[in-house]
Design a protein around this ligand. Structure first.
Ligand SMILES: [Zn+2]
Length: 468
């Protein structure tokens, strides 16, 4: 089950990654220090939020602040997609209409959109001292040159802690910032020369300074291979297929039947409704909003293939870097598991709008339970759709350590119990010595030895320093 290779970057969300063979940025550079990407300021360019947004938010909060039983469902998402298709600009995403999509157009073209929901809060206007109500919100604005600015205030305190700038087909820089201006996390994705590869650098704060936490290649096309274990099954298949190449040739297309297309649209809504609730329960509200917007506003292009090397693939949606691409491939011959598994697979593909796989990890950890803990997409898929996920999946999905996640909080929010995980915290470590010299090791110590103490990345989610 090589899940193969290519992922996409998500906006800052991106997580896990994978690196494609080529990627190895470390191979290409001799020194980390000099290789560290310069801080990229995100210009406040793009299109400003339309003035009517403020009044819209005030009214929404007033109407919705006492509503506690609102939820997004397959039916509410189906209706939202139809409303967007009809050209509507004020769209309910949930049953009570308190999760909403606001669309701004200029000359008939969509230049602005916002997804918002509870929690609600307030801020004081610094010039008028007026108290304004706020909602958790992400906004997307597109400038005339196609660049896109994304801002997110997920805790409704009036400050956009999420800032992202996308130059289509070129780059994406996503940051989490503090009101003081400090940057806590940054993900940078650069499109490679062949347009298929993305180089991803993830930085997080350590001792008050940003340090590179991962650097890898991902691919524009993410394929999910055939032998994915059914959700709920922990043991890997005994004979994993060979890892797929990171940049495979386009698959052979066969026509999808209209019944298959209808079914895929329905699975998409099911995967989004379940996935959005799950993301909210993990606290990854940003992913929830991005997923809701992606599905509400996108006309998906489904294609079928008889290529038996993969079951499903997302071609090109990553992080809005590849504009206008929402192509999902399905192999109907392999896509035959029960509806629960199919929904999980669709959710996996949807996650590729936000995260890419690190190809090295995908290829090397494949066939071991470690993959579900070392790769964010697989971890979230298991967490949200497996029958028996565990706290390790929760940690890996959030890209946190096991002691940093709130198992009970997650269970309470989602109304589903997950197992504790008593083993598997170590996950493994990857030595990226050189292209073709990658090695997946059981522990950091083993990895350091294999790697000569260099270029060894531990994927441990243990909080015990002795378990790396
Ligand atoms: Zn994948």
């Amino acid at each position: 089950m090589p899940r193969s290779s290519l992922g996409r970057l998500g906006p800052f969300i991106l997580a896990a990654g994978v690196s494609a063979v080529l990627a190895c940025s470390r191979d290409a550079s001799s020194g980390h220090a000099s290789n560290a990407p310069p801080p990229v300021p995100i210009p406040d360019g793009g299109v400003a939020a339309p003035p009517e947004l403020d009044g819209y938010v005030q009214k929404l909060v007033e109407r919705c602040e006492s509503i506690t039983d609102d939820t997004t469902t397959e039916a509410s998402l189906h209706e939202a997609r139809a409303a967007h298709d009809r050209g509507e600009t004020d769209i309910a995403l949930s049953t009570k209409g308190c999760v909403r999509l606001f669309v701004g157009k200029s000359g008939g073209v969509e230049t602005f959109s916002a997804v918002m929901s509870a929690p609600f809060g307030m801020r004081i206007d610094p010039t008028t001292f007026e108290v304004k109500r706020t909602a958790a919100m992400i906004t997307w604005s597109t400038g005339a040159n196609g660049t896109r600015e994304v801002r997110g205030d997920l805790d409704a305190d009036g400050f956009a802690e999420l800032q992202e700038s996308v130059v289509p087909n070129v780059s994406l820089v996503a940051e989490r910032v503090e009101p003081s201006g400090g940057v806590i996390e940054r993900t940078t994705a650069k499109v490679g020369a062949d347009g298929l590869r993305v180089e991803i650098t993830e930085e997080s704060e350590e001792d008050g300074k940003l340090a590179v936490s991962a650097k890898y290649d991902g691919a524009r096309v993410s394929r999910k291979c055939t032998s994915d274990p059914p959700p709920g099954s922990e043991p890997p298949p005994s004979t994993p297929p060979k890892p797929a190449p990171p940049f495979p040739p386009p698959p052979h297309e066969v026509p999808c039947t209209s019944e298959q297309l209808r079914q895929l649209e329905s699975l998409l809504e099911k995967a989004t409704a379940g996935g959005a609730d799950c993301m909210q329960a993990t606290g990854m509200q940003d992913i929830r909003f991005r997923m809701l917007r992606q599905v509400a506003t996108t006309s998906f292009d489904f294609k079928c293939t008889d290529d038996d090397s993969f079951v499903a693939a997302n071609d090109g949606g990553y992080g809005n870097v590849f504009v206008g691409r929402a192509l999902i491939w399905i192999n109907p011959i392999l896509f035959t598991a029960g509806e629960a598994e199919q929904t999980a697979t669709l959710y996996h593909e949807l996650m590729h709008f936000f995260f890419v796989h690190d190809h090295d990890i995908e290829a090397l950890a494949d066939g071991t339970p470690s993959l579900g803990y070392a790769d964010r997409v697989y971890a979230c898929e298991q967490l949200c759709f497996a029958k028996k996920p565990n706290t390790c999946h929760l940690a890996a999905c959030k890209k946190k350590k096991i002691c940093e996640v709130d198992k009970y909080g997650f269970e309470q929010k989602l109304g589903k119990e997950i197992d504790s995980c008593w083993s598997g915290h170590q996950v493994g470590a990857l030595c990226r010595k050189g292209p073709g010299e990658r090695q997946w090791c059981t522990t950091k110590t083993e990895c350091d030895a294999a790697c000569g103490g260099q270029e060894c990345e531990s994927k441990s989610i243990s909080c015990d320093e002795n378990c790396r």
